[in-house]
Design a protein around this ligand. Sequence first.
Ligand SMILES: [Zn+2]
Ligand SMILES: [Zn+2]
Length: 79
Amino acid sequence: MKCFECAKNGKDSDTVAVCIICGRGVCKDHLVREETPVWEGEYSIKLKCGMGISCDYKDVQHWKKVLCIPCHEALKENY
Ligand SMILES: [Zn+2]
Ligand SMILES: [Zn+2]
Protein backbone atom coordinates (compact mmCIF):
# COMPACT_ATOMS: atom_id res chain seq x y z
CA MET A 1 0.00 0.00 0.00
CA LYS A 2 1.20 3.51 -0.81
CA CYS A 3 0.97 6.61 1.34
CA PHE A 4 -2.16 8.57 0.48
CA GLU A 5 -0.63 11.93 1.34
CA CYS A 6 2.47 11.26 -0.71
CA ALA A 7 0.35 10.09 -3.62
CA LYS A 8 -1.45 13.42 -3.59
CA ASN A 9 1.92 15.09 -4.02
CA GLY A 10 3.01 12.77 -6.78
CA LYS A 11 5.34 10.77 -4.56
CA ASP A 12 5.36 7.05 -4.07
CA SER A 13 6.09 5.99 -0.51
CA ASP A 14 5.40 2.71 1.18
CA THR A 15 3.14 2.91 4.17
CA VAL A 16 4.29 2.02 7.66
CA ALA A 17 0.89 2.32 9.33
CA VAL A 18 -2.81 2.69 8.66
CA CYS A 19 -4.95 5.54 9.93
CA ILE A 20 -7.38 4.17 12.50
CA ILE A 21 -10.13 6.50 11.35
CA CYS A 22 -10.18 6.54 7.57
CA GLY A 23 -8.10 3.43 6.96
CA ARG A 24 -5.69 5.11 4.58
CA GLY A 25 -2.07 4.07 4.59
CA VAL A 26 0.47 6.60 5.74
CA CYS A 27 4.24 6.69 5.50
CA LYS A 28 6.45 7.59 8.43
CA ASP A 29 6.43 11.24 7.40
CA HIS A 30 2.66 11.51 7.35
CA LEU A 31 1.46 9.52 10.29
CA VAL A 32 0.49 11.16 13.55
CA ARG A 33 0.88 9.20 16.73
CA GLU A 34 -1.73 10.51 19.05
CA GLU A 35 -1.52 9.82 22.74
CA THR A 36 -4.92 11.20 23.69
CA PRO A 37 -6.63 8.46 25.68
CA VAL A 38 -10.07 9.92 25.09
CA TRP A 39 -10.05 8.38 21.65
CA GLU A 40 -9.57 4.89 22.90
CA GLY A 41 -12.18 2.52 21.57
CA GLU A 42 -14.01 5.19 19.62
CA TYR A 43 -13.03 4.22 16.12
CA SER A 44 -13.08 1.47 13.61
CA ILE A 45 -10.21 -0.45 15.15
CA LYS A 46 -12.75 -1.68 17.66
CA LEU A 47 -14.66 -3.47 14.93
CA LYS A 48 -11.64 -5.49 13.89
CA CYS A 49 -11.40 -7.43 17.13
CA GLY A 50 -13.69 -8.37 19.93
CA MET A 51 -17.12 -9.81 19.17
CA GLY A 52 -15.64 -13.27 18.72
CA ILE A 53 -12.63 -12.14 16.73
CA SER A 54 -9.40 -12.42 18.62
CA CYS A 55 -6.97 -9.54 18.45
CA ASP A 56 -3.35 -9.08 19.24
CA TYR A 57 -3.13 -6.60 22.07
CA LYS A 58 0.18 -5.26 20.87
CA ASP A 59 -1.22 -4.59 17.42
CA VAL A 60 -4.15 -2.71 18.87
CA GLN A 61 -1.89 -0.63 21.03
CA HIS A 62 0.10 0.29 17.98
CA TRP A 63 -2.68 0.98 15.54
CA LYS A 64 -4.98 2.89 17.78
CA LYS A 65 -2.49 5.72 18.03
CA VAL A 66 -1.86 6.21 14.36
CA LEU A 67 -3.77 8.81 12.41
CA CYS A 68 -3.23 10.40 9.06
CA ILE A 69 -2.69 14.13 8.97
CA PRO A 70 -6.16 15.11 7.65
CA CYS A 71 -7.90 13.03 10.35
CA HIS A 72 -5.63 14.43 13.01
CA GLU A 73 -6.41 17.97 11.92
CA ALA A 74 -10.12 17.24 11.90
CA LEU A 75 -9.99 15.75 15.37
CA LYS A 76 -8.04 18.63 16.81
CA GLU A 77 -10.79 20.94 15.66
CA ASN A 78 -13.30 18.82 17.53
CA TYR A 79 -11.61 18.76 20.88
ZN1 LIG B 1 3.63 10.13 3.00
ZN1 LIG C 1 -7.24 9.26 8.37
